[in-house]
Design a protein around this ligand. Structure first.
Ligand code: HEC
Length: 173
């Protein structure tokens, strides 16, 4: 047999080195199977941690039922001309379609609603606390949608001021 010359030897060594390098790269397959043998983590396999009451903020405020809000929240705003004007504009844009410009439950879309919008100036609705009106705007009511994300807390209190002024206007008549 002919002795291998230098070039052939070099070639053979080169091929071996190449093969080693490639098999090293290919080492992930098929014997490395930890990825599919791994412990699977199923979303919601564990029930989520229960949020302690009042810790999940809504709009920077802790969530609160209307009952709690009615009893504990007080309007931080004074009925200045500017606050009332802001409340009037918000009321006319967000509430009047259902509740009417004067808050008497006679808005233009009233005929579309199966449950009539409350007359905010009479009966039990007029006796509600500021916190109750505030929470109704934020949380919505039985049929009334929530206006929580349509207004900031300050804007909601401005609307409360304006609803109060509508009620005074009605009772003065
Ligand atoms: C899509 C129509 C609609 C709009 C808009 C609307 N409301 Fe109402 N609202 C209702 C209806 C219907 C009721 C009565 C049924 C219920 O409680 O869900 C009601 C009830 C209320 C009550 C509760 C009265 C009570 O004694 O329980 C308040 C307070 C109130 N609305 C204020 C507002 C204010 C303030 C706005 C504007 C930010 C507004 N609403 C926008 C339909 C509407």
């Amino acid at each position: 047999m002919r002795q291998p010359d230098g070039a052939a030897l070099f070639g053979a060594l080169f091929m071996c080195a190449l093969l080693l390098a490639l098999t090293h790269r290919a080492g992930a397959f098929p014997w490395s199977i930890d990825m599919f043998r791994g412990e699977s983590v199923q979303a919601m396999a564990q029930s989520p941690r229960v949020m302690p009451h009042g810790t999940l903020p809504v709009d920077g405020e802790a969530p609160m039922s209307r009952e709690v809000a009615a009893a504990t929240l007080h309007n931080p705003l004074k009925p200045t001309a500017a606050a009332l004007a802001a409340g009037k504009s918000l009321f006319e844009n967000n509430c009047a379609a259902c509740h009417g410009d004067g808050g008497r439950g006679d808005g233009t879309v009233r005929f579309l609603l199966r449950v009539p919008p409350a007359d905010l100036t009479a009966g039990v609705a007029a006796q509600r606390s500021d916190g109750y009106i505030y929470a109704t705007i934020r949380n919505g009511s039985i049929m009334m949608p929530s206006y929580g994300d349509a207004m900031s807390p300050t804007e909601r209190w401005e609307v409360v001021l304006y609803v109060r002024s509508l009620q005074r206007r009605t009772s003065a008549r």
